[in-house]
Design a protein around this ligand. Structure first.
Ligand code: TYD
Length: 192
């Protein structure tokens, strides 16, 4: 099963993925986690470009769209390992939400694997801005408001669960476990 976590910056994806991983392992599943952008050469280049003050301009966004798609292509094989639950921190759905040129970005990611389950961690934009360092050019209120709206529209295209990420870590974690449990034949009321 391929589970993708999405959400604006600061939504708590990495913390929640770790908690879900530990819970699934305690329930006997083999779990592998992935992060996009990856730590490949392309991923490193992406992280540098994200800090440029002009990262939101049309041409740099298009360049990022190309780089994210290439970075993602490098991990395609890993996503198809059916012996494990694969949990990914972001996916091509981030490109659709952040790079925003839906048709073209969709075409670039034509071969990207669709999630079996999308977990959208939905966070208030003001909270996002206060939780993040502000180092990346994307971490500002106006831009992230558009990204959040995109996510809420995009989620409808996939098997998805929207989780309120404004709550505390433990509440968010148990909401995620309850949402994931039925897909893996686990009992939603038996959350550890
Ligand atoms: P992020 O997961 O926030 O990494 P970090 O925790 O190191 O800041 O990802 C970095 C940024 O990249 C984030 O603002 C979202 C953006 N992004 C895109 O714009 N498009 C994409 O396709 C992906 C995967 C990420």
């Amino acid at each position: 099963m391929y589970i993708v976590f999405e959400g604006i910056d600061g939504a708590g994806k990495s913390t929640q993925i770790q908690l879900l991983k530990e819970w699934l392992e305690a329930n006997g599943f083999k779990v592998e986690t992935l992060v996009e952008p990856t730590d490949s050469e392309i991923g490193k280049l992406i992280r540098r470009i994200l800090q440029r003050p002009d990262a939101k301009t049309d041409l740099v966004q298009k360049t990022l769209g190309l780089l994210f798609a290439a970075d993602r292509m490098l991990i395609m094989d890993e996503l198809n390992d059916e012996s494990k639950v694969i949990i990914s921190d972001r996916s091509f759905i981030s490109s659709l939400a952040y790079q925003d040129n839906m048709e073209w970005i969709g075409e670039l990611n034509r071969y990207a694997k669709k999630p079996d389950l999308l977990i959208l961690l939905d966070l208030d934009v003001k909270k996002s801005v206060s939780r993040t360092s502000g180092e990346d050019t994307f971490e500002n209120e106006e831009f992230l408001t558009g990204v959040r709206d995109n996510y809420l529209n995009l989620a409808k295209n996939y098997e998805h669960q929207i989780i309120d990420a404004n709550n505390g870590i433990n509440k968010v974690s148990s909401d995620i476990k309850k949402a994931v449990a039925p897909y893996l034949g686990l009992c939603p009321d038996c959350i550890l």
